[in-house]
Write a protein that binds this ligand. Structure first.
Ligand SMILES: Nc1ncnc2c1ncn2[C@@H]1O[C@H](COP(=O)(O)OP(=O)(O)O)[C@@H](O)[C@H]1O
Ligand code: SF4
Ligand SMILES: [Mg+2]
Length: 410
């Protein structure tokens, strides 16, 4: 485990200054909640955010229409990824990370559907563009790689053929130029002897080389965003480290924005610029990586960090009692309440809203944490450190309507 993860884990259990006032703040929860709903809560300050915003997910709700009714899998999720940065989306299995990734590229299959929200990319809302335009976006502008490369590689074609096909489909190259580019790409992802390996079938490659080949294919059309969904989970620890090094290197060389999805805080500590922690379909905490590890606020984040005491990369997130609620079985109030060691009076009453954490300076007397409450909606990602927990403010989530119909395609 890296230093930062270790420090984060050690500090995770410390009482945050905001926790001291928890009872008082919590008692006001219901009243303030009413205010948040009618939109009279003060608007939150914006922190400067100079980096160009490349991909912006705003108020995303994705649901599954099950026999028993409509169940939300992604609830009011907002975040953005800036050009050249890595945002890690972290949480236990079943939190809604993959459904979020699939929603961005409109790949959610029935009975799932995107109920509402927007995915802003290069001046367009990807949830409203035509399917034809989406086909261009997938691969050429935003590439997606999965945990298991075999599911994305076709076993009956060589990896060279598959990379060339991608280049041809997107009009990047054909014929000999496509073959040369395929070899170049395999070299760029450090596959040894790329001019020979280009003729290999997927089954002839090891798991690590297959993942490299998939990354080469993902990069073929020079996308500006790479979404990597648990890209190293199926690999052994040494190969994991190599693939992470590769992703870091490629990100720099190609100026990629990386949305890295993982359950592994060791990966987060090594890779992230910013981190969004997801639980039961919602982002429950978001912060720059150091801030999150050194000063985690949400009891879920604290639990995740505590679950890797001296833990090696790859250790599972197992220390929190209980499991993520299954789809369609969210408890009333805070979804983490049944597992939360710090649950108190207001937690079962309503879903906590987003609170902006502001830490005032390094001097002890100035280290008073202030939290502000607001109906932040899609702007949460602007605000540095945010969390959804009654320990820090009495905010109650504004109404979310996951059953709202998706905007029509043009
Ligand atoms: N095709 C599907 N049909 C029904 N439920 C699904 C489907 N895909 C995902 N889910 C549910 O949506 C929730 C979020 O899943 P997912 O995004 O895959 O979680 P994660 O990637 O964080 O492990 C889970 O409760 C999961 O069971
Ligand atoms: S709001 Fe949720 S996470 Fe925060 S103390 Fe209550 S139960 Fe725990
Ligand atoms: Mg997943």
């Amino acid at each position: 485990m890296s230093d930062i993860a270790g420090r984060g884990a050690r500090d995770a259990g410390r009482e945050g200054p905001g926790a001291r006032d928890a009872g008082r703040e919590g008692r006001g929860a219901r009243d303030a909640g009413r205010e948040a709903r009618v939109g009279v809560a003060p608007s939150a300050p914006r922190t400067p955010d100079p980096a160009p915003r490349l991909l912006s997910v705003e108020g995303l709700n994705t649901v599954f229409d099950l026999r028993g009714g409509t169940a939300p899998a992604v609830i009011d999720v907002s975040f953005h990824v800036n050009a050249g940065e890595t945002l890690c989306l972290v949480g236990e299995s079943g939190s809604g990370k993959s459904v979020t990734a699939l929603s961005i590229l409109r790949l959610v299959q029935r009975p799932g559907r995107i109920a509402s929200g927007s995915v802003l990319f290069n001046g367009r809302d990807l949830l409203t563009v035509s399917e034809r335009e989406m086909q261009h976006v997938r691969g050429a502008e935003i590439a997606l790689i999965f945990q298991e490369p075999m599911t994305a590689l076709n076993p009956v074609f060589t990896i060279g053929d598959q990379i060339e096909e991608t280049l041809i489909v997107h009009g990047e190259a054909r014929g000999r130029a496509a073959r040369e580019r395929a070899i170049e790409l395999l070299g760029a992802v450090s596959i040894p002897e790329p001019d020979r390996r280009v003729r290999d079938y997927p089954h002839q490659l090891s798991g690590g080389l297959r993942q490299r080949a998939l990354i080469a294919m993902a990069l073929a059309c020079k996308p500006s965003v790479l979404i990597a969904d648990e890209p190293t989970t199926a690999l052994d620890v040494t190969i994991q480290a190599q693939i992470l090094d590769l992703l870091r290197d490629l990100k720099k060389r190609f100026g990629l924005a990386l949305l890295l999805i993982t359950h592994d805080l060791g990966v987060v500590a090594e890779m992230a610029d910013r981190v969004a922690v997801m639980y039961a379909g919602r982002i429950v905490e978001e912060a720059p990586v150091r801030e999150l590890f050194q000063n985690p606020r949400h009891p879920y984040t604290q639990g995740l960090l505590a679950s890797i005491p001296g833990g090696a990369r790859g250790s599972r997130l197992a220390a929190i009692q209980g499991t993520v609620p299954p789809l369609g079985h969210l408890p009333p109030g805070c979804p983490f309440a049944p597992r939360c060691p710090r649950r108190f009076e207001p937690c079962d009453t309503a879903v906590p809203g987003v609170t902006v954490i502001e830490d005032r300076g390094a001097r002890p007397e100035a280290r008073k944490t202030e939290s502000r409450t607001s109906d932040l909606g899609p702007r949460t990602s602007d605000l540095g450190h945010t969390t959804r927990c009654y320990l820090y403010s009495p905010a109650v989530e504004p109404e979310v309507l996951p059953e709202a119909p998706m905007k029509k395609s043009r």
